[in-house]
Write a protein that binds this ligand. Structure first.
Ligand SMILES: Cc1cc2nc3c(=O)[nH]c(=O)nc-3n(C[C@H](O)[C@H](O)[C@H](O)COP(=O)(O)OP(=O)(O)OC[C@H]3O[C@@H](n4cnc5c(N)ncnc54)[C@H](O)[C@@H]3O)c2cc1C
Length: 357
């Protein structure tokens, strides 16, 4: 009998797996590689939403948990994947500079926005108005992390690589049975794959497609992440990750010509040197209309739980949301109302009514 059967081994699934293991719980993960959001993500973490100059929800708390989580995982997997790097916002005008200083004066943003302009000149970037530096930022190499974690799961017989069919779940007093697996709880961490889950697909998980590039640009010499309408992240060996686009209509994970053109245009707004596109990726972010995660327990089936809706910020949110769900299940600590799926209770009731013959 397992404590937790976890469906999905993206950032959400592995965040929950780790907190369960830390508490000596038994786990098994099931994944069929049907979603690739975590794998292809930019992996950036940044406590400030620069577009609107607002603080990421509970940013400070999330940063602490996130750093603890990735430090422990780096030690366990003996690999480095959390790279602390400044994010520099390139200014295009004096007005943008002024907006930065107004924002950095706000009490909640002051710890995250440096008040010193960065005047450093990088090859192949014109920056007459300089940059603003966001503090406590960096990126997680998510592909490296997921590969190392998969290796760990396989070596310990903790991973089944197949499609999880929710229709085959049988319910008992002790929990559930799925094929020959018995478990007290199931954690659904399926990302955009949630739409195939009949227990939770009433939830408003919209999905936002994103595309990004790996480019080669030998004449670009940045050692920081440069952010404007897209980010440029140095990977070493003249390679840079550039992204990402936002598309609310297309829900496939196929790279498109439209995405390619948009990224090419955006890059040319920032850098003046030649570059070559080496790889082009696309994936669907599990975004929710109200921009809050989807965490909680099924209204009737108390052994079914969900950890989803990490949206555009899975790197920072994953560890914090996994902890909140674990604390709710094991220690009875109520979830924050803003993330609890209870907020969609009326929607759930409506599906019950419309399902009646
Ligand atoms: C282009 C792009 C750029 C991004 N950039 C950033 C960024 O810079 N910083 C950041 O923090 N976030 C970023 N994100 C968002 C981030 O990737 C997501 O928040 C995060 O990956 C969500 O993780 P998840 O585990 O919930 O979902 P996923 O990564 O989608 O994982 C779900 C897993 O469940 C599995 N699965 C689903 N259904 C089933 C089933 N029925 N049976 C078996 N397995 C199943 C899938 O195979 C998959 O492995 C980006 C996303 C995209 C697309």
């Amino acid at each position: 009998m397992l404590d937790y059967l976890i469906v999905g081994s993206g950032l959400a699934g592995i965040s929950f797996a780790e907190i369960a293991l830390k508490n000596n719980k038994s786990i098994l993960l099931i994944d069929n590689k049907s979603q690739n959001s975590s794998r292809i993500a930019g992996g950036l973490y940044n406590p400030v939403i620069l577009k609107r100059f607002s603080e990421v929800w509970k940013a400070e708390e999330q940063l602490i948990l996130m750093n603890e989580f990735y430090d422990l995982l780096e030690a366990k997997l003996e690999k480095k994947f959390n790279f602390k790097l400044p994010i520099l916002r390139k200014f295009f005008s004096i007005e943008e500079q002024n907006n930065w200083f107004v924002a950095s004066d706000k009490k909640n943003l002051a710890p995250f926005l440096s008040t010193k302009l960065v005047a450093k000149k990088y090859n192949s970037i014109d920056s007459p108005y300089n940059y603003g530096e966001v503090l406590h930022t960096g990126y997680v190499d998510t592909a490296l992390l997921l590969d190392a974690y998969r290796h760990y799961l396989v070596n310990n017989n903790l991973l089944v690589e197949e499609f999880f069919n929710s229709g085959l779940i049988e319910f008992f007093d002790f929990g559930i049975q799925y094929k020959n697996i018995q478990a007290k709880n199931i954690i659904f961490a399926e990302g955009f794959g949630l739409h195939k889950n009949p227990f939770f697909n009433y939830l408003p998980l919209d999905g936002t497609k994103g595309e990004l590039f790996i480019v080669k640009a030998p004449d670009l010499d940045i050692d920081v992440i440069v952010n404007t309408s897209v980010f440029i992240l140095p990977l070493g060996n003249d390679l840079f990750k550039v992204g990402a686009t936002y598309n609310w209509q297309d829900k496939t994970d196929l790279p498109t010509e439209e995405g390619k053109q948009e990224l090419l245009e955006r890059i040319k707004e920032i850098i003046t040197c030649d570059f070559e596109v080496m790889q082009h990726f696309a994936g669907v972010r599990p975004t929710v209309k109200d921009r809050r995660p989807l965490i909680g327990t099924h209204h009737e089936r108390k052994s079914l739980h969900i950890l989803n809706g990490l949206g555009t910020r899975g790197v920072m949110l994953g560890p914090a949301m996994a902890k909140a769900l674990y604390d709710k299940i094991e220690n009875g600590i109520p979830l924050d109302r803003e993330i609890d799926i209870q907020r969609f209770h009326k929607r759930y009731l409506k599906t019950l009514i419309s399902d009646r013959p």
